[in-house]
Design a binder for this molecule. Structure first.
Ligand code: PLP
Length: 428
């Protein structure tokens, strides 16, 4: 079949980087992959899941219901429990409850991974040629969705405590001046232990970002949404939780919150959720009805049980010290094996450490560094994949995203040592 026989969308969709990263890892069993966003294998909740399924399927009425189709919006009890958990998280983090109704189950959609929500948002809010604002760098799979849908991106620089608000304002102002604000639809933020940098955005910054979007709406002529992707929120191992954007004034109308059970429970389960403003939620439900008319009911029931019985919380408590230890292994190894002109910040949560090499040491897929690292049997995500195609700047190409999630502590140490060897080899 010729490429031109495919739809515009299919033609705009290149092979996702995640495919060749996975293929490289599978092709070579000796390879240490610090690339994939996999979670810790040994702590996946095997015993808990076995118990939960046994309990679920033991009673014929409940068991049969779980094996039947559910609803498009998702199981009401799972929505209720998820909404209660989120309300409690935000109340504890902010010291006061979020605005009334903002976390309600009636505003929630259960999705097949939060990835499905991100995809449906692009479908429901954007047309080809439209614009989205993303962090610079951002979650590279979101960039794939954007490219598939024929959208353009503008990157907003990051600071140690999140989005650079001056740059956000400058980007909005530049779009206004060039008449492109009418094409802007949303700002996408991975606000907790960001993929790829590990940065968490302060609440104050989220507040200002939302206010800026609201200020520029007048010129856009339509709503500008703040999409808060909180995929890593619960994988916190140091410091206090940060309140979500749902706690901000105006959140019910303009904030879209994307959450997932993949990272804190089991990536294989792939159940996520979204809280959406009215109107948009209806549109997402109609589109979801065409996608799959509801996320796997059995898996939703599993999570419902996990939340209701406390297994979920128990698992999370076991997970956090494990990730803290792995992050420490990575930090110690980076300290030991990489020279001083290589910059990185230890992780407080999530799965990633963003390592910036000097500009003289590019890390892209075709670079000497990437090829030598492969020859040393170690794989990372080239930083350039995480940058949008923004005409306003060349893509930075000398960083790498390292994950401490899936690898064992020994593999983490060895992998970093190999990256250190690679660096030494290529240093002048
Ligand atoms: C920032 C971010 N958002 C969303 C997702 C999608 O997660 P899932 O679809 O498993 O919920 C990921 C997965 O790695 C991610 O890193």
């Amino acid at each position: 079949m010729k490429k031109s026989d495919l739809s515009d969308l299919a033609q705009r969709t290149p092979e996702p980087p995640v495919s060749w990263l996975m293929a490289s890892a599978l092709a070579n069993p000796q390879l240490i992959s610090l690339a994939a966003g996999f979670t810790d294998h040994a702590t996946l909740p095997l015993a808990e899941t076995t118990d939960l399924f046994r309990e679920l399927l033991r009673r014929p009425r409940i068991g049969r219901a779980a094996l039947q189709y559910g609803t498009t919006a998702g199981d009401p009890e799972l929505r209720h429990l998820t909404s209660r958990r989120l309300h409690a998280l935000d109340t504890a983090a902010a010291g006061t409850p979020p605005p009334s109704g903002v976390c309600d189950p009636e505003r929630m959609v259960i999705t097949s991974g939060s990835q499905q929500l991100l995809y449906m948002l692009s479908e429901c809010l954007c047309n080809p040629g439209d614009l989205v604002l993303v962090e610079d760098p951002t979650y590279f799979v979101f960039l794939g969705i954007v490219q598939s849908h024929g959208l353009q991106c503008r990157g907003v620089r990051m600071q140690a405590d999140g989005l650079d608000l001056d740059h956000l304002e400058a980007q909005l102002e530049s779009l206004r001046r060039s008449g492109q604000l009418r094409r802007l639809r949303l700002l996408y933020l991975v606000s907790y232990y960001q993929n790829p940098t590990g940065i968490t955005t302060r609440l104050q910054k989220k507040r200002h970002a939302l206010a800026l979007l609201q200020r520029f709406e007048r010129h856009a002529g339509h709503p500008l949404f703040l999409v808060e992707d909180a995929a890593y929120r619960e994988l916190r191992f140091h410091g206090a939780d940060v309140p979500s954007s749902l706690t901000l004034p105006g959140a019910a109308r303009r904030v879209i919150y994307a959450g997932t059970f993949s990272k804190p429970f089991a990536t294989g389960v792939r159940v996520g959720f979204g809280l959406l403003p009215d109107g948009l939620r209806q549109a997402v439900l109609r589109v979801k009805a065409n996608h799959d008319f509801g996320t796997s009911n059995l898996l939703q029931q599993l999570l419902r049980q996990a939340l209701a019985t406390g297994h979920y919380e128990h698992h999370l408590q076991a997970l956090r010290p494990r990730y803290a230890a792995k992050a420490r292994h990575m930090a110690n190894a980076l300290q030991r094996h990489l020279p001083h002109d290589v910059a990185w910040v230890p992780a407080d949560g999530g799965l990633y450490v963003w390592v910036t090499l000097p500009p003289s040491m590019p890390t892209g897929r075709t670079s000497a560094f990437f090829q030598h690292a492969l020859a040393h049997n170690v794989l990372y995500v080239p930083g350039e994949l995480c940058y949008a195609c923004d005409p306003a700047r060349p893509k930075p190409n000398h960083a790498m995203r390292l994950s401490f999630g899936g690898a064992t502590p020994r593999a983490i140490r060895l992998g970093i040592q190999r990256l250190g060897d690679t660096y030494q080899e290529l240093s002048p």
